[in-house]
Write a protein that binds this ligand. Structure first.
Ligand code: ASP
Ligand code: MG
Length: 437
Protein backbone atom coordinates (compact mmCIF):
# COMPACT_ATOMS: atom_id res chain seq x y z
CA UNK A 1 0.00 0.00 0.00
CA UNK A 2 1.01 3.60 -0.51
CA UNK A 3 -0.47 6.78 0.89
CA UNK A 4 -0.97 9.62 -1.58
CA UNK A 5 -1.66 12.93 0.10
CA UNK A 6 -2.83 15.84 -2.04
CA UNK A 7 -2.57 19.39 -0.72
CA UNK A 8 -4.98 22.28 -1.25
CA UNK A 9 -3.50 23.44 -4.57
CA UNK A 10 -3.61 19.86 -5.89
CA UNK A 11 -7.39 19.71 -5.36
CA UNK A 12 -8.12 23.40 -6.01
CA UNK A 13 -10.35 22.91 -9.06
CA UNK A 14 -11.76 20.34 -11.49
CA UNK A 15 -8.66 20.05 -13.74
CA UNK A 16 -6.40 19.54 -10.69
CA UNK A 17 -8.79 16.92 -9.27
CA UNK A 18 -8.76 15.08 -12.60
CA UNK A 19 -4.97 14.99 -12.31
CA UNK A 20 -5.31 13.49 -8.82
CA UNK A 21 -7.53 10.74 -10.24
CA UNK A 22 -5.05 10.08 -13.03
CA UNK A 23 -2.06 9.93 -10.65
CA UNK A 24 -3.86 7.45 -8.39
CA UNK A 25 -5.02 5.37 -11.35
CA UNK A 26 -1.44 5.06 -12.55
CA UNK A 27 -0.52 3.62 -9.15
CA UNK A 28 -3.41 1.21 -8.62
CA UNK A 29 -1.03 -1.76 -8.41
CA UNK A 30 0.45 -0.19 -5.26
CA UNK A 31 -3.00 0.03 -3.65
CA UNK A 32 -3.21 3.76 -2.89
CA UNK A 33 -4.94 5.28 0.11
CA UNK A 34 -5.67 8.91 -0.75
CA UNK A 35 -5.56 11.69 1.86
CA UNK A 36 -6.82 15.15 0.89
CA UNK A 37 -6.59 18.71 2.17
CA UNK A 38 -9.40 21.21 1.79
CA UNK A 39 -9.62 23.01 -1.57
CA UNK A 40 -7.00 25.79 -1.65
CA UNK A 41 -8.06 28.75 0.48
CA UNK A 42 -11.07 27.02 2.03
CA UNK A 43 -9.66 26.59 5.56
CA UNK A 44 -8.82 30.30 5.70
CA UNK A 45 -12.29 31.11 4.45
CA UNK A 46 -13.88 28.92 7.14
CA UNK A 47 -11.87 30.66 9.86
CA UNK A 48 -13.05 33.94 8.43
CA UNK A 49 -16.68 32.76 8.42
CA UNK A 50 -16.37 31.69 12.05
CA UNK A 51 -15.25 35.18 13.03
CA UNK A 52 -17.93 36.79 10.90
CA UNK A 53 -20.51 34.58 12.63
CA UNK A 54 -19.41 36.06 15.93
CA UNK A 55 -20.40 39.45 14.53
CA UNK A 56 -23.76 38.16 13.39
CA UNK A 57 -23.15 37.26 9.75
CA UNK A 58 -23.76 33.62 8.91
CA UNK A 59 -23.19 33.28 5.18
CA UNK A 60 -22.09 29.97 3.71
CA UNK A 61 -22.56 31.09 0.14
CA UNK A 62 -18.88 31.33 -0.77
CA UNK A 63 -18.21 27.82 0.53
CA UNK A 64 -21.28 26.40 -1.17
CA UNK A 65 -20.65 28.11 -4.52
CA UNK A 66 -17.00 27.17 -4.59
CA UNK A 67 -17.72 23.45 -4.14
CA UNK A 68 -20.76 23.46 -6.37
CA UNK A 69 -18.75 25.06 -9.16
CA UNK A 70 -16.06 22.38 -8.91
CA UNK A 71 -18.70 19.64 -8.87
CA UNK A 72 -20.38 21.13 -11.93
CA UNK A 73 -17.06 21.34 -13.77
CA UNK A 74 -16.53 17.69 -12.94
CA UNK A 75 -19.96 16.82 -14.31
CA UNK A 76 -21.20 15.78 -10.87
CA UNK A 77 -24.45 16.72 -9.11
CA UNK A 78 -23.87 20.05 -7.32
CA UNK A 79 -26.05 19.12 -4.35
CA UNK A 80 -23.64 16.35 -3.36
CA UNK A 81 -22.35 18.66 -0.63
CA UNK A 82 -25.73 20.08 0.43
CA UNK A 83 -25.83 18.18 3.72
CA UNK A 84 -22.43 19.41 4.88
CA UNK A 85 -23.25 22.96 3.82
CA UNK A 86 -26.47 22.82 5.87
CA UNK A 87 -24.60 21.51 8.91
CA UNK A 88 -22.05 24.28 8.55
CA UNK A 89 -24.81 26.87 8.35
CA UNK A 90 -26.41 25.59 11.57
CA UNK A 91 -23.10 25.58 13.35
CA UNK A 92 -22.35 29.16 12.33
CA UNK A 93 -25.80 30.16 13.45
CA UNK A 94 -25.08 28.57 16.81
CA UNK A 95 -21.94 30.64 17.15
CA UNK A 96 -23.88 33.80 16.38
CA UNK A 97 -26.51 32.92 18.98
CA UNK A 98 -24.09 31.95 21.71
CA UNK A 99 -21.77 34.82 20.85
CA UNK A 100 -18.73 32.71 21.55
CA UNK A 101 -16.13 30.99 19.43
CA UNK A 102 -14.15 28.40 21.38
CA UNK A 103 -11.12 26.49 20.07
CA UNK A 104 -13.39 23.44 20.04
CA UNK A 105 -16.06 25.03 17.85
CA UNK A 106 -13.41 26.54 15.58
CA UNK A 107 -11.97 23.05 14.99
CA UNK A 108 -15.42 21.79 14.13
CA UNK A 109 -15.89 24.61 11.62
CA UNK A 110 -12.46 24.10 10.06
CA UNK A 111 -13.18 20.39 9.64
CA UNK A 112 -15.73 21.14 6.92
CA UNK A 113 -12.98 21.95 4.42
CA UNK A 114 -11.67 18.39 4.37
CA UNK A 115 -15.10 16.84 4.83
CA UNK A 116 -16.22 18.59 1.65
CA UNK A 117 -13.06 17.98 -0.37
CA UNK A 118 -12.96 14.24 0.41
CA UNK A 119 -16.55 13.91 -0.78
CA UNK A 120 -15.85 15.80 -3.98
CA UNK A 121 -12.65 13.90 -4.75
CA UNK A 122 -14.17 10.49 -4.02
CA UNK A 123 -17.08 11.33 -6.35
CA UNK A 124 -14.58 12.36 -9.03
CA UNK A 125 -12.89 8.96 -8.75
CA UNK A 126 -16.20 7.17 -9.15
CA UNK A 127 -17.16 9.34 -12.11
CA UNK A 128 -13.99 8.14 -13.82
CA UNK A 129 -14.85 4.52 -13.18
CA UNK A 130 -12.71 3.89 -10.09
CA UNK A 131 -14.33 2.59 -6.96
CA UNK A 132 -13.63 5.01 -4.12
CA UNK A 133 -15.13 6.06 -0.81
CA UNK A 134 -14.93 9.31 1.14
CA UNK A 135 -13.82 8.54 4.71
CA UNK A 136 -14.04 11.00 7.55
CA UNK A 137 -10.91 10.29 9.59
CA UNK A 138 -12.92 10.59 12.81
CA UNK A 139 -15.37 7.92 11.67
CA UNK A 140 -12.64 5.40 10.91
CA UNK A 141 -10.72 5.71 14.15
CA UNK A 142 -8.32 8.67 14.03
CA UNK A 143 -8.60 9.47 17.73
CA UNK A 144 -6.52 12.32 19.15
CA UNK A 145 -5.94 14.11 22.43
CA UNK A 146 -8.12 17.16 23.05
CA UNK A 147 -5.64 19.92 22.23
CA UNK A 148 -7.97 21.71 19.85
CA UNK A 149 -6.06 23.38 17.05
CA UNK A 150 -2.96 21.21 17.42
CA UNK A 151 -4.07 17.73 18.41
CA UNK A 152 -1.91 14.61 18.29
CA UNK A 153 -3.09 11.05 17.62
CA UNK A 154 -3.37 8.64 20.53
CA UNK A 155 -0.95 5.73 20.38
CA UNK A 156 -3.90 3.39 20.82
CA UNK A 157 -5.69 4.52 17.65
CA UNK A 158 -3.36 3.08 15.02
CA UNK A 159 -4.60 -0.49 15.15
CA UNK A 160 -8.27 0.31 14.72
CA UNK A 161 -7.56 2.91 12.06
CA UNK A 162 -5.54 0.37 10.07
CA UNK A 163 -8.23 -2.26 10.45
CA UNK A 164 -11.01 0.08 9.32
CA UNK A 165 -9.05 1.30 6.31
CA UNK A 166 -8.37 -2.28 5.23
CA UNK A 167 -12.13 -2.88 5.18
CA UNK A 168 -12.94 0.02 2.84
CA UNK A 169 -14.04 -1.12 -0.57
CA UNK A 170 -12.16 0.65 -3.32
CA UNK A 171 -9.83 3.57 -2.80
CA UNK A 172 -10.30 5.29 0.56
CA UNK A 173 -10.30 9.09 0.18
CA UNK A 174 -9.52 10.18 3.72
CA UNK A 175 -9.93 13.66 5.19
CA UNK A 176 -6.58 15.17 6.15
CA UNK A 177 -6.16 17.57 9.06
CA UNK A 178 -8.93 16.28 11.32
CA UNK A 179 -9.70 13.66 13.95
CA UNK A 180 -11.78 13.41 17.09
CA UNK A 181 -11.01 13.24 20.77
CA UNK A 182 -12.16 10.43 23.06
CA UNK A 183 -15.41 12.24 23.78
CA UNK A 184 -16.19 12.51 20.09
CA UNK A 185 -15.38 16.21 19.60
CA UNK A 186 -13.80 17.00 16.26
CA UNK A 187 -10.15 18.11 16.52
CA UNK A 188 -7.59 19.47 14.03
CA UNK A 189 -3.91 18.62 13.85
CA UNK A 190 -2.62 22.16 13.27
CA UNK A 191 -2.46 24.22 10.09
CA UNK A 192 -1.00 22.22 7.25
CA UNK A 193 -1.84 19.09 9.23
CA UNK A 194 -2.96 16.94 6.29
CA UNK A 195 0.67 15.86 5.84
CA UNK A 196 0.60 14.64 9.42
CA UNK A 197 -2.66 12.77 8.70
CA UNK A 198 -0.97 11.13 5.72
CA UNK A 199 1.83 9.76 7.83
CA UNK A 200 -0.57 8.69 10.60
CA UNK A 201 -2.58 6.79 7.99
CA UNK A 202 0.67 5.43 6.53
CA UNK A 203 1.72 4.03 9.87
CA UNK A 204 -1.77 2.63 10.50
CA UNK A 205 -1.87 0.65 7.24
CA UNK A 206 1.84 -0.22 7.24
CA UNK A 207 2.36 1.61 3.94
CA UNK A 208 5.49 1.03 1.87
CA UNK A 209 5.68 4.76 1.10
CA UNK A 210 3.99 8.00 2.15
CA UNK A 211 3.72 10.38 -0.79
CA UNK A 212 3.14 14.07 -0.20
CA UNK A 213 1.95 15.53 -3.50
CA UNK A 214 2.45 19.28 -3.60
CA UNK A 215 3.17 22.07 -6.09
CA UNK A 216 6.99 22.12 -6.01
CA UNK A 217 9.69 19.60 -6.95
CA UNK A 218 10.17 18.26 -3.43
CA UNK A 219 12.15 19.86 -0.63
CA UNK A 220 14.45 22.61 -1.89
CA UNK A 221 17.85 23.91 -0.79
CA UNK A 222 16.05 27.17 0.16
CA UNK A 223 12.77 28.93 -0.50
CA UNK A 224 12.80 29.42 -4.30
CA UNK A 225 10.98 32.72 -3.86
CA UNK A 226 14.01 34.02 -1.97
CA UNK A 227 16.65 32.13 -3.92
CA UNK A 228 15.73 31.57 -7.59
CA UNK A 229 18.71 29.21 -7.89
CA UNK A 230 17.44 26.94 -5.12
CA UNK A 231 17.41 23.32 -6.22
CA UNK A 232 15.44 20.26 -5.30
CA UNK A 233 17.07 17.79 -2.90
CA UNK A 234 17.23 14.14 -3.86
CA UNK A 235 17.33 12.65 -0.39
CA UNK A 236 17.05 13.82 3.22
CA UNK A 237 17.21 12.00 6.53
CA UNK A 238 14.24 12.09 8.91
CA UNK A 239 16.32 14.26 11.25
CA UNK A 240 17.14 16.76 8.51
CA UNK A 241 13.56 16.91 7.29
CA UNK A 242 12.24 17.41 10.84
CA UNK A 243 14.61 20.34 11.42
CA UNK A 244 13.73 21.90 8.08
CA UNK A 245 10.01 21.52 8.64
CA UNK A 246 10.24 23.02 12.09
CA UNK A 247 12.43 25.90 10.98
CA UNK A 248 10.09 27.11 8.32
CA UNK A 249 10.57 25.09 5.14
CA UNK A 250 6.87 25.04 4.36
CA UNK A 251 6.88 21.81 2.38
CA UNK A 252 5.78 19.41 5.11
CA UNK A 253 4.08 19.78 8.48
CA UNK A 254 6.76 19.37 11.20
CA UNK A 255 5.03 16.42 12.92
CA UNK A 256 4.79 14.41 9.69
CA UNK A 257 8.08 12.69 10.38
CA UNK A 258 7.02 11.25 13.76
CA UNK A 259 4.76 8.35 12.65
CA UNK A 260 7.05 7.75 9.66
CA UNK A 261 10.07 7.37 11.95
CA UNK A 262 8.22 5.00 14.28
CA UNK A 263 7.10 2.79 11.40
CA UNK A 264 10.27 3.37 9.31
CA UNK A 265 8.31 4.38 6.22
CA UNK A 266 9.97 6.54 3.56
CA UNK A 267 8.23 9.86 2.87
CA UNK A 268 8.42 11.16 -0.69
CA UNK A 269 7.60 14.76 -1.61
CA UNK A 270 6.35 15.03 -5.20
CA UNK A 271 5.04 17.66 -7.60
CA UNK A 272 1.52 17.20 -9.06
CA UNK A 273 2.43 19.62 -11.85
CA UNK A 274 5.49 17.53 -12.76
CA UNK A 275 4.80 13.95 -11.66
CA UNK A 276 7.78 12.63 -13.63
CA UNK A 277 10.19 14.55 -11.36
CA UNK A 278 11.54 12.17 -8.66
CA UNK A 279 11.06 14.80 -5.91
CA UNK A 280 12.69 14.30 -2.53
CA UNK A 281 12.73 11.07 -0.59
CA UNK A 282 13.07 11.22 3.21
CA UNK A 283 14.66 8.15 4.80
CA UNK A 284 16.00 7.02 8.16
CA UNK A 285 19.56 7.45 6.90
CA UNK A 286 20.73 9.69 4.08
CA UNK A 287 24.22 10.45 2.77
CA UNK A 288 25.56 13.80 4.03
CA UNK A 289 25.85 16.81 1.74
CA UNK A 290 29.28 17.59 0.35
CA UNK A 291 29.64 21.02 1.91
CA UNK A 292 27.88 19.88 5.09
CA UNK A 293 24.77 21.97 4.36
CA UNK A 294 21.74 20.54 2.56
CA UNK A 295 19.24 23.29 2.95
CA UNK A 296 18.70 26.71 4.51
CA UNK A 297 15.41 27.56 6.16
CA UNK A 298 14.26 30.53 8.15
CA UNK A 299 11.63 31.36 10.68
CA UNK A 300 10.48 34.92 11.24
CA UNK A 301 8.41 36.80 13.79
CA UNK A 302 10.45 35.73 16.79
CA UNK A 303 11.13 37.55 20.01
CA UNK A 304 14.36 37.48 21.93
CA UNK A 305 13.70 37.32 25.65
CA UNK A 306 16.57 38.15 27.96
CA UNK A 307 16.12 37.14 31.58
CA UNK A 308 18.62 38.52 34.07
CA UNK A 309 18.76 37.30 37.63
CA UNK A 310 18.27 40.16 40.04
CA UNK A 311 20.74 38.50 42.41
CA UNK A 312 24.44 38.97 41.70
CA UNK A 313 25.15 35.40 40.65
CA UNK A 314 22.88 32.77 39.31
CA UNK A 315 21.70 30.79 42.24
CA UNK A 316 20.87 27.13 41.84
CA UNK A 317 17.45 26.50 40.45
CA UNK A 318 17.18 29.84 38.64
CA UNK A 319 17.24 28.18 35.25
CA UNK A 320 14.77 25.53 36.39
CA UNK A 321 12.37 28.22 37.55
CA UNK A 322 12.52 30.09 34.27
CA UNK A 323 11.77 26.98 32.29
CA UNK A 324 9.08 25.87 34.70
CA UNK A 325 7.23 29.17 34.18
CA UNK A 326 7.64 29.03 30.40
CA UNK A 327 6.63 25.39 30.31
CA UNK A 328 3.50 25.99 32.33
CA UNK A 329 2.46 28.78 29.96
CA UNK A 330 3.22 26.54 26.99
CA UNK A 331 5.78 28.96 25.58
CA UNK A 332 7.82 27.10 22.97
CA UNK A 333 11.53 27.95 23.07
CA UNK A 334 13.68 27.72 19.94
CA UNK A 335 17.16 28.86 20.98
CA UNK A 336 18.86 29.34 24.33
CA UNK A 337 22.10 31.04 25.33
CA UNK A 338 23.38 31.63 28.83
CA UNK A 339 25.98 33.67 30.67
CA UNK A 340 26.63 33.88 34.38
CA UNK A 341 23.53 35.88 35.29
CA UNK A 342 21.60 36.03 32.05
CA UNK A 343 19.58 33.62 29.96
CA UNK A 344 18.53 34.56 26.44
CA UNK A 345 15.73 32.68 24.73
CA UNK A 346 13.84 32.98 21.49
CA UNK A 347 10.19 32.26 20.98
CA UNK A 348 7.42 32.77 18.47
CA UNK A 349 5.78 36.19 18.77
CA UNK A 350 2.44 35.05 17.42
CA UNK A 351 1.15 34.07 20.81
CA UNK A 352 0.51 36.16 23.87
CA UNK A 353 3.62 36.08 26.04
CA UNK A 354 2.44 38.55 28.65
CA UNK A 355 1.20 36.11 31.33
CA UNK A 356 4.49 34.21 31.25
CA UNK A 357 6.57 37.40 31.21
CA UNK A 358 4.68 38.89 34.14
CA UNK A 359 5.48 35.84 36.19
CA UNK A 360 9.14 35.90 35.19
CA UNK A 361 9.38 39.55 36.23
CA UNK A 362 8.69 38.47 39.79
CA UNK A 363 12.03 36.67 39.90
CA UNK A 364 14.15 38.48 37.34
CA UNK A 365 14.60 41.42 35.01
CA UNK A 366 13.05 40.63 31.67
CA UNK A 367 13.73 42.32 28.39
CA UNK A 368 11.91 41.53 25.15
CA UNK A 369 13.22 42.43 21.72
CA UNK A 370 10.79 41.76 18.91
CA UNK A 371 11.38 41.38 15.17
CA UNK A 372 14.00 38.70 15.05
CA UNK A 373 14.36 35.69 12.81
CA UNK A 374 16.29 32.44 12.85
CA UNK A 375 18.27 31.33 9.86
CA UNK A 376 18.83 27.62 10.07
CA UNK A 377 21.39 25.64 8.08
CA UNK A 378 20.55 21.95 8.05
CA UNK A 379 22.70 18.96 7.21
CA UNK A 380 23.49 15.70 8.96
CA UNK A 381 26.99 15.92 10.49
CA UNK A 382 27.13 19.69 10.05
CA UNK A 383 29.21 20.14 13.20
CA UNK A 384 31.87 17.75 11.99
CA UNK A 385 32.27 19.60 8.71
CA UNK A 386 35.20 21.86 9.51
CA UNK A 387 34.83 25.46 8.52
CA UNK A 388 31.05 25.64 8.19
CA UNK A 389 30.69 28.06 11.06
CA UNK A 390 33.63 30.17 9.88
CA UNK A 391 32.06 30.41 6.41
CA UNK A 392 28.72 31.38 7.89
CA UNK A 393 30.20 34.22 9.92
CA UNK A 394 32.37 35.41 7.07
CA UNK A 395 29.41 35.47 4.70
CA UNK A 396 27.24 37.36 7.17
CA UNK A 397 30.02 39.87 7.92
CA UNK A 398 30.48 40.56 4.22
CA UNK A 399 26.73 41.14 3.94
CA UNK A 400 26.90 43.43 6.99
CA UNK A 401 24.46 41.30 8.93
CA UNK A 402 25.16 41.04 12.62
CA UNK A 403 24.24 37.70 14.22
CA UNK A 404 22.57 38.22 17.57
CA UNK A 405 22.77 34.65 18.84
CA UNK A 406 24.13 31.33 17.58
CA UNK A 407 23.35 27.72 18.34
CA UNK A 408 25.92 25.29 17.08
CA UNK A 409 26.91 22.73 19.65
CA UNK A 410 23.51 21.30 20.51
CA UNK A 411 22.66 19.37 17.41
CA UNK A 412 24.76 17.76 14.76
CA UNK A 413 22.03 18.48 12.24
CA UNK A 414 21.59 22.22 12.41
CA UNK A 415 23.32 25.52 12.94
CA UNK A 416 20.92 28.31 13.88
CA UNK A 417 21.68 32.00 13.79
CA UNK A 418 19.42 34.69 15.14
CA UNK A 419 19.39 37.86 13.01
CA UNK A 420 17.25 40.99 12.85
CA UNK A 421 14.08 40.23 10.93
CA UNK A 422 14.75 42.90 8.30
CA UNK A 423 17.98 41.13 7.25
CA UNK A 424 16.65 37.60 7.15
CA UNK A 425 15.95 37.45 3.40
CA UNK A 426 19.39 38.82 2.65
CA UNK A 427 20.97 36.36 5.08
CA UNK A 428 19.33 33.38 3.38
CA UNK A 429 20.25 34.66 -0.09
CA UNK A 430 23.91 35.30 0.67
CA UNK A 431 24.30 32.03 2.60
CA UNK A 432 22.63 30.09 -0.20
CA UNK A 433 24.98 31.71 -2.72
CA UNK A 434 27.95 30.81 -0.52
CA UNK A 435 27.02 27.15 -0.01
CA UNK A 436 25.20 26.23 -3.22
CA UNK A 437 25.85 28.60 -6.12
N1 ASP B 1 -6.62 22.52 5.20
C1 ASP B 1 -5.71 22.60 6.32
C2 ASP B 1 -4.97 23.92 6.30
O1 ASP B 1 -5.16 24.73 5.41
C3 ASP B 1 -4.77 21.45 6.39
C4 ASP B 1 -3.85 21.28 5.21
O2 ASP B 1 -4.04 21.90 4.17
O3 ASP B 1 -2.90 20.51 5.32
O4 ASP B 1 -4.21 24.18 7.19
MG1 MG C 1 0.63 21.81 3.22
Amino acid sequence: MIVMKFGGTSVADAPRIRTVVRLARERLDRRPVVVVSALAGVTNLLIDLAHRALKGATGVQEIRDRHRAVLEDLGLPPDLVAEEVDDLRSLLKGITLVGELTPRSLDCIMSFGERLSSKVVAAAFRAEGLEARACNAYDIGLVTDDRFGSANPLESCYEGLGRNLAKVEGIPVVTGFIGRDRRGNITTLGRGGSDYSASIVGRAVGAEEIQIWTDVDGVMSADPKLCPKARSLEVLSFAEASELAYYGAKVVHPSTMIPAIVAQIPVRVLNTYRPEHPGTVILAKAPPARGGVKSIACRSRLSLITVTSTRMLMQTGFMARIFEVLGRHEVVIDMVATSEVTVSLTTDTRRDLEPALAELREIAEVEVEKNHAIVCLVGEGIRATGGTLASVFETLREARIRPRMVSFAASNVNVSILVPERSVARAVKTLHARFFE
